[in-house]
Structures are given as C-alpha cells and as structure tokens.
Write a protein that binds this ligand. Sequence first.
Ligand SMILES: [Mg+2]
Length: 273
Amino acid sequence: MLLSTVDEHEVEPFLRSVAQSQNSALLLDYDGTLAPFSIDRKRALPYAGVTTLLQELVDTGRTRVVIISGRNAYEVGPLLGVKPCPEIWGSHGLQRLLPDGTCEMPEIDQDAIEALADAGRWLTYQGLQQMAEPKPGSIAVHWRGLDEPSAIKLRGRILLGWSPLADRASLTLLEFDGGVELRVSDRDKSDAVRTILDEIGPDAPVAYLGDDATDELAFQTLENRGLTVLVRPQRRNTAAQVWLKPPAALLEFLFRWLEACHTGELEASANLR
Ligand SMILES: [Mg+2]
C-alpha cells in the first residue's frame, strides 16, 4: 500500500524498525495535525478514526504515544479521547502532564507573570479579550476565521502592543498559524523531544508529526535520529523528511504503525516458542 503524499523510502524502513523494536515513541502535535482547525477551539476534535487508531496503538504497549501541543496540557486529553490519557506536553513544551496526573513546569518569575497579566489587560482595553487564550507561562491570540487583510492588521496591532512587554520581561513573541503568543522563553517543543529521546534511549524508533512553524524546532531536534513528518493540506518549506496530507494519508500512516506493532508482537511470540 502506498501513501499518496509520502516518500516510501523514508517510511517503509522506519516502520520496519518499529516492528522490530519492543519500544518506540510516536510524538504528535494536536491542532492541525491530529485535529482539523476549528474556529471554536474547544470543539477541535480529532479527524474521524484517529482516536481509535491511537487507542489501539497505546493498547499494544509497544509504542509510547506523547502529545506535544501549544494548548494548555489539561485541554488535550478530553478532546483526544484516548484512555488512559497519554503523556501531554502543553504550552509548547512548558508544561508536562504525566499519565498519573502529575504536572511539571518551570517556575515563572514575577516580572514575567506581571507582564503576561499586562498583556491580557491590554487585549481587554483593545476589545480583543474574546480572542485571547491565557495559558501557563503564556498568552495567545487567535485570529483564525478572520479575512486576510483583517488578520494582517490585527497581527501588526498586537505585535506593537506586546513588544514593550516582551522587552520588559524577556518574554518571546511566538508566531504560529492563525495567531501569535507572548510566552516565557524557558522551553519550547524541542525540549520536550530531547527529554523523550533521553528517556527512551538511543535504539528506539521515534517519530514526530506536526503541522506548524512551532513544530520545526522539533523536526530539527529529531534530525538524523528519527522520522519527521509534516502533516498539512499543502506542502511547504520544512525540515521534516516526509509530508502527509490529512486526513487520509495520516490515517494510513497510523494504521501502518499499528500493523507494525502487531507484526512485532507476532514475531516476538513466535521467537518464544
Ligand atoms: Mg499544530
């Protein structure tokens, strides 16, 4: 079976290594990767079929599924619907919510807390509070659904309003598809990837699937070590090795990963006989 938008030379050997390995890790961004964009962020459910495939993958016990999202980590589990909820990194790598419910996060200094509160107040004065997403160590504004000229104007307005706050408290302005956020600079998605790589060891196959500019750092971190996959309706310049057009090619990729786990199980039990 051939993935319509994929370089088989990259995918086939990688999935063979998944079949041959007792442990592998599947690192996934959420919005735009597992779930289509929704103007109502609280209803951004995964593409049909994604939850079932991820559930079956988790149930094999051979693949560690980890979500690495820009959202508050606590929002992702209820949308994803996999039980028990896998490990979730939120706020672009700042928060780590483990399956046992413990949440790790770096301490945020008082200057940053005050600047983020000021950024929220500034949005309220501007009448933009309904577009705001306050998160741990960060505040984002989403303009998805606006026409392009309005989005460009709004982006300029926010960058102008927030830049002095970023300078004052050494915060970072992070642009993503459909918005911008002001955040503490301590960690990003690449730190989440590095942590998983350290924990899982040098031999386990690892893949990262993402769609946005914020995923590029994760792709770069995994370069020469794992499979990097851009999931997006259109191809774009990327550090990823492979492009998957969702939902069909994404579902096929997850299905083939599951098949690789089942093949590995069968081979392992045949070797025991
Ligand atoms: Mg995304």
